[in-house]
Design a protein around this ligand. Structure first.
Ligand code: ZN
Ligand code: ZN
Length: 397
């Protein structure tokens, strides 16, 4: 086996803004939990890295497919002052890429496959959680790995999967055996690379939002990958009507292909009026905020809850936004509504269930609108700054 491999690597300068103070989890010149306050002049280069060796409990994986996530775009995108847009945990230089699927090459003897409860043998097809939860802090021990206090993240502060190989702890890996009956060849890995973003949607609407009962109505605001995945999951969960609100026609069409019964263009149409028309005046049992524009979207959701006849609606906020949501307490009180925040994809049986749904025919692969090579990853991360026509751009390695 070769000793070196190419990796799509993000470099940036450590130049903290004047108001930045090194936090307890930050490491000077290396890592911060507040990326957009520290890193300047980001640039992506394909450079050589040595192929990593698996340590205790770890697995060497040959990466076969890896999708570009919005966070990859924002980590590499400067604002007017040159600082990266991505606000979270980051440590550079770092190989990007966290939506991966691949084949186990070799594994430590203590690296266990959860499917068999035996050590990985080599040759297994796997995907991975992106969040490297520690398993030992209080939130982890309490069963909330999405809120780990000692989190590392693949492709953010730990080398990611836009490379031929990656080493990961076995605890983050999920066997893709169930996909083999539905997909062949590269399609197994393309589907496998969508388990992570689909799990973010599953965690939001099922685990955090509580799911729905067959016959309920749902409204998904925002037709990005998470919003579209939520359409598929909620249709499968038995929704009578899945309504997707999304202005971009290509994304709205894709939403329809994956489970939306109706689409609303919130720029050209009256959102509340359309939701009430489509639900015969009832409104929805579950609303998902997946746009990142809660100050614009939430007042519309609230109006639909107020003017509709459904009680006990749940609003799930999954898109990140550093913005105040204008909430009217009376609407929540009179309509018995609730607002829930959702983050992450780990724990709660989510990855396993998403893989089983995919194996049973929940086909997410139409979300991949473009397939590229490793050499084409940097230019595509940059083009996604403005291109809203593509949904998921995925690298086949
Ligand atoms: Zn992501
Ligand atoms: Zn932890």
């Amino acid at each position: 086996m070769a000793k070196a491999m190419k990796g799509v690597t993000l470099f940036a300068d450590w130049e903290p803004r004047p108001d930045f103070k090194l936090g307890s989890k930050d490491i000077e010149k290396k890592q911060t939990y507040l990326g957009s306050k520290v890193w300047r002049n980001p640039h992506i280069e394909i450079v050589e890295h040595s192929i990593p060796e698996p340590g205790p409990g770890e697995v060497l994986i040959e990466v076969k497919a890896c999708g570009i996530c919005g966070s990859d775009v924002h980590m590499a995108q400067p604002d007017e002052e040159g600082y990266i847009l991505y606000p979270g945990l980051t440590g550079f230089p770092c190989i990007l890429g966290h939506e991966l699927a691949g084949v186990v090459v070799k594994a430590d003897e203590k690296a266990f496959d959860k499917r068999t409860n035996q050590p990985f043998k080599g040759g297994e097809f796997v995907c991975a959680e992106e969040m490297m939860w520690c398993g030992e802090c209080k939130p982890c021990a309490d069963g909330y790995p999405n809120h780990c206090e000692r989190l590392n993240e693949i492709g953010f502060n730990v080398n990611g999967a836009f490379a031929k190989y990656i080493v990961l702890p076995a605890k983050l890996l999920w066997n893709l055996e169930s996909l083999k009956k539905r997909y062949k060849g590269d399609d197994i890995f393309l589907a496998g690379s969508l388990v992570e973003p689909t799990s973010v949607a599953y965690n939001a609407v099922i685990e955090r939002g509580g799911g729905i009962r067959p016959g309920d109505n749902v409204v998904i605001c925002g037709g990005g990958p998470v919003g579209i995945a939520a359409c598929a999951i909620l249709k499968r969960n038995g929704a009578a009507r899945v309504i997707l609100s999304e202005p971009q026609p290509e994304r709205a069409e894709l939403g329809k292909k994956l489970g939306a019964d109706y689409v609303i263009n919130p720029i050209k149409e009256d959102f509340v009026q359309r939701v009430l028309e489509l639900t015969d005046g009832m409104g929805a049992n579950l609303y998902l905020e997946a746009t990142g524009l809660p100050t614009v979207v939430y007042p519309q959701i609230e109006k639909a809850i107020w003017e509709g006849k459904t009680v006990n609606s749940t609003v799930v906020v999954v898109a990140r936004a550093d913005a105040k949501m204008p909430v009217t307490g009376e609407v929540l009180q009179v309509r018995r509504a609730r607002i829930i925040g959702a983050q992450g994809h780990s724990g709660h049986g989510t990855f396993f269930r998403v893989i089983e749904c995919m194996g049973d025919g929940m086909d997410m692969t139409p979300m991949i609108t473009k397939k590229i090579t490793l050499d084409e990853v940097p230019e595509n991360i940059i083009s996604l700054r403005t291109d809203r026509k593509e949904c998921k751009i995925t690298c086949l390695i």
